[in-house]
Ligand binder design. Structure first.
Ligand code: MF3
Ligand code: CO
Length: 297
């Protein structure tokens, strides 16, 4: 395990504490729907959260998990994706929270949560025409801002009985997430996450999406470090106080995805085969890790 006075992992020759050691809790701006855009435009590095920040992030994560689980219960045949979006949106407002996806990015994401059906890898956009039907698999991704802190999580829902191919990709994606979480503790490198995921996925006949990564989260929506879900060489050691997501996107067919040229968000598998994703927000602790998002499969 790397110590504060050891050489930095980046190869600069400087001590870790004088180089890439994460900064402790920067002053926390309070995001409102008005100043979100300027916040997102800045390029933030890895933050080590203070105990106060961790308490706030934990609350945000519990809220996003509660909203996610309630929304999953409503994802049954006959319901439109727009109805699920509006339900989750209202739960945020009732809790005094902001859905983090709404107006995020460029072009601004138009909905409050992401709803990604069957061959959609991620960032699916709800509409009134898409009605859930038996045999569908759906990823519901809920990110919430509560008292200025962020939580981010997602689950899969199977609508009735689904094909063996869909069931497999859903189950493999879940195993990938939980196996990669199980190894997390201080000193483990970020690259170990992708190794745990890609070795399991390819060993079970699935592929791993490279285009999208897990990410630091908590004080901002997307912070450093980026956490690839595939084999990689990110030599950043985990440190107590880091909070980040792991959100592997696993495909039944090829790993390549195509982003919708009209909406600029919806990512679909290139071969049209199904894709699945589960996401937790994790805290690194002295002893190992804590799963901050409290949803249970
Ligand atoms: N968990 C997803 C992510 O981190 C949430 C995306 S919300 C969106 O990318 F607004 F960016 F679509
Ligand atoms: Co995320």
């Amino acid at each position: 395990m790397i110590g504060r006075n050891d050489a930095c992992w980046c190869g600069s020759g400087k001590k870790w504490k004088k180089c890439h050691f994460p900064q402790e809790g920067k002053p926390k701006p309070a995001p409102t729907t008005k100043n979100l855009k300027s916040l997102y435009e800045k390029n933030y590095d890895i933050l080590l959260k203070t105990p106060e920040q961790i308490a706030g992030i934990r609350r945000a994560c519990h809220l996003s998990s509660d909203i996610l689980m309630e929304t999953c219960k409503r994802a049954v045949a006959g319901v439109t994706t727009q109805e699920l979006n509006d339900f989750a949106h209202k739960l945020h407002l009732d809790a005094g929270a902001i859905p983090a996806a709404l107006h995020y990015g460029e072009p601004p994401f138009p909905k409050s949560i992401c709803l990604s059906l069957n061959e959609v890898i991620c960032h699916g956009i709800a509409d009134t025409k898409t009605v859930l039907k038996e045999g569908d698999i759906l990823n519901i991704d809920v990110a919430s801002i509560l008292d200025g802190y962020y939580g981010d999580c997602s689950m899969m829902v199977c609508v009735g009985a689904v094909s063996p191919e869909k069931q497999r990709v859903v189950d493999v994606a879940y195993e990938c997430l939980m196996r990669s979480i199980a190894i997390l503790k201080p000193g483990v490198l970020v690259s170990a996450v992708g190794e745990a995921i890609e070795s399991y996925a390819t060993g079970h006949g699935c592929s791993v999406v490279h285009q999208f990564v897990g990410h630091g989260v908590g004080v901002y929506f997307h912070e450093g470090p980026q956490v690839p879900h595939c084999y990689n060489e990110v030599g950043i050691p985990l440190v107590p106080g880091m909070t980040f997501t792991i959100e592997p996107m696993i495909n039944a067919g090829v790993r390549e995805g195509v982003i919708d040229s009209k909406d600029k968000w919806t990512a679909r598998t290139k071969d049209g085969k199904p894709s699945a994703q589960w996401e937790h927000t994790i805290l690194i602790t002295e002893e190992g890790h804590e799963i901050l998002t409290s949803w249970k499969r």
